[in-house]
Design a protein around this ligand. Structure first.
Ligand SMILES: *[C@@H]1O[C@H](CO)[C@@H](O)[C@H](O)[C@H]1NC(C)=O
Length: 411
C-alpha cells in the first residue's frame, strides 16, 4: 500500500514536468547564435523542403500519397522541421477574388479540366478528408496538423508571389515591384499567413521571401540594393511580429539568397543605414537564412570561405560581429540519381553544418510536381522521394542524410 501510494505521488509529481516539456515547446527565441525552445534547450533545424508554391498552390504529392504517409516518411528520417512553401497569389485570391479557391478548382485551373479533374480524384482517393468544398488553405492546415501529430515543426516560407516554379530573373517574381511582385500584396500575404498560423501549435518560424534576385529587366522594380532590401524586409518583419509575436522571422539575402554579407558586421547598406539587431524590439526573433548550390565545387575550400563571409559568420562570437544571430541553410541539394551524395559538394555541406553547429533544410522532398514549367506530372530527379512518392529515390543518399540529421540533433 505504502509503496503504491508513494509511486502514485511520484507519477503525479511528474505530470507538471511532462506538461511543460511536451512538444512543441513553443514559442522559440534566439540567444545570440542559438535558437532556444520554450524550455531553454537549443534547437537545430534538420529538415526538408515541401513545395506548395507551384501553379496549383497546394503542397505537392497528394495525388500519390496521403498526408499522413508523407509525414511518416519525413519522420522516419528523424527530421524535426518542414519548410513549407506558399505563394502570395493564394492570399490575393482570399482577399480580392471572393475567397480561397477549392482544391478541385485549383487543379482544374492549373492542369486543365480533364487532367485537373483526374488528379483531383486521385488526391481525394488518397486523402478522403479532402472534399469538393476543401480549399487550398485548408490543405495547408491539414498538413500542419499532421506534422503536429507526428511532432514535427513547421517553417512557412513565402516562395513566390505568382504560383509557379522558382526562380529566375525573368519570372516576374524576382524583386520588389517586379511584374508579379506587388510589394503591398506581399506584405499583406505574409502577415496573413503569420496570423493564420497562430492556429498551428507547431509553427515556429516564417521566411519573409525566398531568393531575392536582380530582375532581368528592371521595369517598375525598386532599385536592387541593400537599402531597398532593408526598408521592405524590416517593415514586413515588424508587421509579422505584430501579427504573430511568437514566430521566429527568417531574413533571406540577395543574389538568390547567397549573400547576407553586410549583415553580421552591420556594414553601411549604401545609404548610411546599417542593420542592427538592437534597433528591433523583437531582436530575439530574427534569424538569417542562406542557400547554397555550388554543386560543381571541386573541394570544400571552394565553398567554405564564401559561405562564411556571406553570412554564416554571424554565428561567430567576436567583437566585429555586431549582429550575433542564428543562420540556417534553408536550401541546398543535389540530384538523387547518381552518386552526388559522395561528391565534395554534399560532403562539404554535411561537414560545415556539423562544424558550425548550424541548421538546415534540404531541397527537396518532392519526387514529382503536379506541374512545373509547363510540364504536368514533372519528374524531380532531386526529390528525396521517387516519382510516386512511395519510397526514397536513393538508399545511399538517404543513409547519408539520416547521418546528417543525427549529427545535427546531437547538437
Ligand atoms: C547550446 O549549444 C552550445 C554548443 O554546444 C552550448 O555551448 C550551449 O550551452 C547550449 N545551450 C543550451 C541552452 O543548452
Amino acid at each position: 500500500m505504502k509503496s503504491f501510494f508513494l509511486s502514485a505521488l511520484t507519477s503525479l509529481a511528474a505530470i507538471p514536468f511532462l506538461q511543460t516539456s511536451a512538444f512543441p515547446n513553443a514559442p522559440f527565441v534566439t540567444s545570440q547564435r542559438w535558437i532556444h525552445d520554450s524550455t531553454g534547450e537549443n534547437f537545430t533545424y534538420a529538415g526538408v523542403n515541401w513545395p506548395g508554391a507551384g501553379e496549383v498552390m497546394i503542397p505537392e504529392g497528394l495525388q500519390y500519397q496521403s498526408i499522413a504517409s508523407i509525414v511518416s516518411k519525413i519522420k522516419s528520417l528523424k527530421m524535426n522541421v518542414v519548410r513549407l512553401t506558399f505563394a502570395i497569389e493564394m492570399i490575393d485570391d482570399i482577399k480580392d477574388n471572393g475567397g480561397d479557391v477549392t482544391v478541385q478548382r485549383a487543379f482544374v485551373k492549373a492542369l486543365g479540366s480533364t487532367n485537373g479533374e483526374k488528379v483531383f480524384q486521385q488526391v481525394i482517393k488518397n486523402n478522403p478528408t479532402i472534399s469538393t468544398s476543401t480549399t487550398r488553405l485548408q490543405v495547408f492546415d491539414a498538413i500542419a496538423a499532421e506534422l503536429q501529430k507526428q511532432q514535427i515543426y513547421v517553417h512557412l516560407d513565402n516562395h513566390m508571389s505568382k504560383g509557379a516554379w522558382c526562380c529566375s530573373g525573368n519570372d516576374g517574381n524576382a524583386w520588389f515591384g517586379d511584374r508579379y511582385f506587388d510589394t503591398a500584396k506581399w506584405k499583406r500575404g505574409v502577415a496573413f499567413m503569420a496570423e493564420h498560423g497562430k492556429a498551428w501549435p507547431n509553427l515556429i518560424s516564417i521566411g519573409l521571401r525566398n531568393e531575392y534576385r536582380k530582375p532581368d529587366s528592371a521595369g517598375s522594380s525598386l532599385p536592387y540594393n541593400w537599402a531597398t532590401w532593408y526598408t521592405h524586409n524590416m517593415e514586413l518583419a515588424t508587421a509579422v511580429n505584430a501579427a504573430n509575436p511568437a514566430l521566429l522571422i527568417f531574413l533571406s539575402g540577395l543574389d538568390y539568397d547567397t549573400k547576407l554579407t553586410p549583415i553580421p558586421g552591420a556594414q553601411d547598406l549604401g545609404n548610411g543605414q546599417r542593420f542592427r539587431l538592437t534597433d528591433f524590439r523583437y531582436a530575439n526573433k530574427l534569424v538569417l537564412e542562406l542557400h547554397n548550390y555550388q554543386n560543381d565545387a571541386g573541394s570544400c575550400g571552394d565553398i567554405e570561405g564564401g559561405l562564411w563571409d556571406n553570412g554564416f559568420r554571424a554565428t561567430y562570437n567576436t567583437n566585429d560581429i555586431v549582429n550575433k544571430m542564428p543562420v540556417v541553410l534553408t536550401e541546398f541539394g543535389f540530384s538523387q540519381t547518381g552518386s552526388e551524395h559522395t561528391r565534395p559538394y554534399a560532403t562539404c555541406i554535411r561537414t560545415l553544418m556539423q562544424k558550425w553547429q548550424t541548421g538546415w533544410t534540404v531541397w527537396v522532398l518532392s519526387g514529382s510536381y503536379y506541374i512545373r514549367s509547363g510540364t504536368q506530372d514533372y519528374e524531380e530527379s532531386w526529390g528525396l522521394l521517387n516519382h510516386q512518392w512511395t519510397d526514397w529515390r536513393s538508399a545511399g543518399a538517404i543513409d547519408a542524410l539520416k547521418g546528417m540529421v543525427e549529427v545535427s540533433l546531437k547538437g
